[in-house]
Ligand binder design. Structure first.
Ligand SMILES: Nc1ncnc2c1ncn2[C@@H]1O[C@H](COP(=O)(O)OP(=O)(O)OP(=O)(O)O)[C@@H](O)[C@H]1O
Ligand SMILES: [Mg+2]
Length: 323
């Protein structure tokens, strides 16, 4: 079945390192579905987003297939590529880095509507004000006259979300959209994204470091390590009953009120980038459950239970991680 997004064997090589930075990534998102993408820093989450909208570093080589709504994006050029980026908007972590500081919020929000959709300034502004209201920005008319520096980080991120929704997308790519915000603002912005998404039946790829946040807002969660997908399944079961030792370690490293520990569990060693990954399982050196064969062959992502896992020991470990 064709989803809103299908990644099949997506592999990205950057000039220099021998090993790819994204290594055989296969994921899909169904119509209206939210998929969380979780992993430590450098695991390739943002690179996945960049590969989807073809905003890769110079000299990057891509193998595998990326389809958005059934259309393969690898062959798109020029206007078709710009159209793709309009209908598959990305909301980034730092809104200030992605908005022109010398132009007003109004210009930013209405430019596309006026040039591409040929709306009058008046109707473009009306549309922008309505959307601002929907994302929780009151007094839209006044906001349109303001400059980015006059808005708080939380408000500005809401403006970015409104901008993303202007083209009535079917898929939203959100790359740690709330990580830079304080905790209460983070929760408010996340609640707004969640509600808007559900109302519109909008599919979303939601990137975060936070397994629990992914579980709260996403139907399914994928865990990535060193450019590879380690596990993907329904968020609740992934979070509560992980099958991959890396997922289990991520879950255990999170503070929890129920599980008051004197010290938080940490994952030994440091996260690897894909181009540092050894032969065999990329997580082998940090894994508490390693066996000899883990270093010899790379575990394939294979179906197990309600999802997929890339660990040869997953069946045996299910019981261990349930306790
Ligand atoms: N422009 C670039 N040139 C070279 N290497 C890059 C570039 N951008 C990212 N990388 C490398 O690609 C790997 C994956 O990076 P990516 O930004 O996708 O990680 P991430 O999972 O998004 O991490 P974070 O949680 O820190 O945002 C990292 O090793 C990073 O150093
Ligand atoms: Mg990133």
């Amino acid at each position: 079945m064709t989803g809103v997004l299908d990644l099949n064997g997506l592999t990205v090589r950057l000039p220099g390192p021998d090993r790819p930075v994204l290594d055989d990534v296969s994921l899909s998102i169904a119509e209206g579905e939210a998929l969380g993408l979780v992993g430590e820093s450098g695991s390739g989450k943002s690179m996945t987003v960049r590969a989807i909208v073809r905003l890769l570093p110079a000299g990057a080589q891509v193998e595998g297939v990326v389809r958005v709504g059934g259309v393969e994006v690898g062959s798109l050029r020029g206007a078709a590529l710009r159209e793709l980026r309009a209908v598959v908007p990305v909301v980034f972590q730092d809104p200030r880095a992605h908005i022109n500081p010398v132009r007003t919020i109004g210009d930013f929000l209405t430019e596309g509507l006026r040039t591409h959709r040929r709306l009058s300034r008046r109707s473009a502004e009306d549309r922008a004000v309505r959307l601002l209201d929907e994302v929780g920005v009151a007094d839209g008319q006044r906001r349109l006259r303001q400059y980015p520096h006059e808005l708080s980080g939380g408000l500005l991120q809401r403006v970015m979300i409104a901008a993303a929704l202007l083209a009535e997308p079917r898929l939203l790519l959100a790359d740690e959209p709330t990580t830079a915000l304080d905790v209460t603002t983070q929760a408010e912005v996340m609640a707004a994204v969640d509600e808007l998404r559900r109302e519109r039946g909008l599919a979303m790829l939601f990137i975060t470091h936070d397994l629990e946040l992914a579980a709260a807002v996403c139907d399914r969660t994928a865990v990535m390590y060193a450019g590879r997908v380690m596990e993907v399944r329904a968020s609740a079961s992934l979070h509560e009953h992980p099958l991959h030792p890396y997922t289990a370690a991520l879950a255990a490293a999170r503070p929890s009120l129920e599980r008051r520990a004197d010290r938080l569990a940490t994952i030994p060693g440091r996260p690897l980038s894909a181009f540092e990954a050894p032969d065999g399982c990329a997580f082998a050196d940090r894994c508490a459950h390693i066996r000899e064969r883990c270093r010899e062959e790379r575990p394939a992502l294979r179906p197990l239970g309600d999802g997929q896992v890339a660990c040869v020991r997953a069946e045996g470990l299910q019981v261990v991680f349930r306790d």
